[in-house]
Design a protein around this ligand. Structure first.
Ligand code: PGA
Length: 239
């Protein structure tokens, strides 16, 4: 794993350069999207670069990692809504080529991995990390060979995410998520982490044993992962 440490602004700009290079080489690349607070700086930078004509998303296809069960795209906490409002509405992408797992008709998720494969596979996947080491909604104990599936969310994850809802009771109890195997199929991966509350798990991900209890530790086996950290998230790195 390559590790890059910088301020929030610096890492957003540097990570965005990976998109610039990829889209220059492959304008019709397949991008893997993520939600959460962490990628917001990157998405703002991508929108800026698009506005300035440095990159274009017009031939890009995207697949997002996850979605809450029971929320449709009009719900302001659905991940479809998040992607539209924080990225897709600000770039020249063809929205019909943007995909977020279906949290309403769960039958549809059975073909999600096949759809990704049919589009050519993900060229660059962006990931955040949960304090429990989850990537997407793959909570501790998720098997390494998992594909897109429905998960019961950990109470801790619901509590952390309740900051976006009126109360914890409104946070869905289940989500659809790409599996570990789906994520490991991506050709390149960017993982970003910001803030001191991620410092312990970031050290476990990079220096700890590869263990399903810390889902992100599997990334040690991926050939092309760049980890972007702010100084707080990097503050407990043992090596
Ligand atoms: P965050 O979420 O970016 O809001 O911290 C990351 C995650 O839970 O994967």
């Amino acid at each position: 794993m390559k590790v890059i440490i910088g301020t929030e602004e610096e890492i957003a700009k540097q990570a965005a350069q990976q998109y610039v290079e990829l889209l220059k080489r492959k304008p019709n690349a397949v991008l893997g999207g993520a939600t959460g607070s962490t990628p917001l700086g990157l998405y703002a930078e991508l929108a800026r670069l698009n506005k300035e004509g440095v990159i274009s998303f017009k031939d890009v296809t995207t697949f997002n990692l996850d979605e809450y069960v029971g929320l449709d795209g009009s719900h302001d906490q659905s991940y479809r809504y998040f992607m539209d409002h924080n990225l897709f509405d600000h770039i020249d992408i063809d929205k019909s080529r943007t995909h977020v797992p279906d949290g309403i008709n769960l039958e549809n998720i059975k073909t999600y991995d096949a759809q990704i494969e049919a589009a050519g596979g993900i060229d660059l996947q962006i990931l955040g990390i949960g304090v429990d080491g989850h990537i997407a909604f793959n909570e501790p104990g998720t098997p390494w060979d998992s594909l897109t599936h429905v998960v019961d969310l950990e109470e801790n994850t619901r509590e952390v995410n309740s900051r976006f809802f009126k109360s914890i009771d409104e946070v869905p109890k289940q989500a659809v998520t790409m599996g570990i195997k789906s994520i490991m199929h991506a050709r390149s991966i960017i993982l970003m982490a910001i803030g001191e509350n991620k410092a312990d798990v970031v050290d476990k991900m990079i220096n700890g044993p590869i263990d399903t209890q810390v889902a992100a530790s599997i990334l040690q086996l991926h050939p092309d992962v760049t980890v972007y950290l702010d100084p707080a998230a990097a503050s407990k790195l043992s090596k």
